[in-house]
Write a protein that binds this ligand. Structure first.
Ligand code: C5P
Length: 326
């Protein structure tokens, strides 16, 4: 049995270019891991038939990606086993922080090692992409650029540690509905020049991150194309973003297709003060809104957290984690 983390992500920026022939949208985004994490307890033993059980501390409708991930891993390993997964949910569900995807990616990282087996990075990424567009990212962590439908990844240098807050106003946003509401053209209806214009700030952002410039240099280049449409559908989110901006963060945006809002600050004290301020309204009454502190997690810390969690099963150096028995 192991207990492993499933870190949440932010989209520092998210551009949606066009609707593809396969129904997905071509995107460009910068993902960043953050300290908020679910925790998964996973047990696995070889058996003559496969049985996957998964309990979650929070009830949710919709597919259980972690259980499906376990089934896919076992099929890829050509192995039968009993697998029990218990998810202690801390990441808001349907909040644009990738919680369900991260849980499933954690199963892909941990299960082979628990069974004394190994999947190559390519196999793991392939399984992840079958489960969800943002899932492969959680096999890398840290700061990364994603394109395609979200599965084409490029590692970026990690920005310096940033402190921030997450504000979850309790609104649920459907990702497919948010994409549809964007009303993006088909690829052929978008000229190269138009694509260039849409991507201009995004490319500048990538250059800044590559050059390891401080967040002050790139904070104004972070855009999320979902904000206008999602804020029209849920005006409460726009009001909350205004309140957050009044606390003078470096950067405040919505993550993914929402609904969680985040802000990053120049220091821990400023993030703390903003969190306290947002928990009460102007008359000093509790707003009842979920506000929590976050730190960015760089790739080194991401991998270290994994190596620590799997230390009895893996060599502690390879990535993805590699069973000692292989
Ligand atoms: O891949 P995933 O299951 O996370 O996607 C959920 C839905 O979001 C897709 O069925 C699609 O409607 C939409 N989507 C999209 N373009 C993307 C990613 C997701 O249109 N790049």
């Amino acid at each position: 049995m192991v207990v492993v983390p499933a870190f949440a992500k932010l989209n520092l920026a998210l551009k949606v270019l066009y609707r593809r022939d396969d129904g997905y949208h071509e995107i460009s985004t910068v993902f960043q891991s953050i300290s908020l994490a679910d925790s998964l307890e996973i047990e696995a033993e070889e058996a003559s038939s496969t049985l996957v059980e998964c309990d979650c501390s929070v009830h949710f409708d919709g597919p259980n990606l972690a259980a499906t991930a376990a089934e896919l891993v076992l099929a890829e390993l050509n192995q039968k086993a009993h697998v029990r997964i218990r998810i202690d949910k801390k990441i808001p569900i349907g909040g644009g922080l990738g919680g369900g995807s991260s849980d499933a990616a954690s199963v892909i990282l941990a299960l082979p090692a628990l069974l004394g087996r190994c999947l190559s990075e390519e196999q793991s990424l392939g399984l992840a992409a079958r489960l969800g567009s943002d899932l492969p990212y959680f096999l890398l962590g840290g700061c990364a650029r994603a394109s395609g439908r979200g599965e084409v990844l490029e590692r970026l240098p990690d920005p310096a540690l940033l402190h921030g807050i997450l504000v979850s106003p309790g609104v649920s946003v459907s990702t497919p509905a948010a994409y549809a509401a964007l009303g993006r053209p088909n690829r052929l209806d978008l000229t190269g020049l138009e694509q260039e214009e849409i991507m201009r700030k995004f490319r500048e952002l990538l250059d800044c991150i590559e050059e390891q410039r401080s967040a002050n240099a790139w904070r104004d280049l972070c855009e999320n194309d979902f904000e206008p449409v999602v804020f029209t559908q849920h005006p409460l989110l726009a009001l909350w973003l205004d309140r957050i901006r009044a606390t003078e963060p470096l950067l405040a945006r919505m993550s993914g297709s929402g609904s969680t809002l985040f802000a990053l600050f120049s220091g821990e004290d400023a993030a703390h003060a903003a969190a306290e301020e947002l928990k009460v309204d102007i008359s000093g009454h509790a707003t009842g809104i979920r506000v929590e502190l976050l730190q960015t997690i760089d790739r080194r810390h991401y991998e270290r957290a994994w190596h620590t969690a799997l230390s009895s099963f893996t060599d502690g150096a390879s990535w993805p984690p590699r069973s000692l028995l292989v």
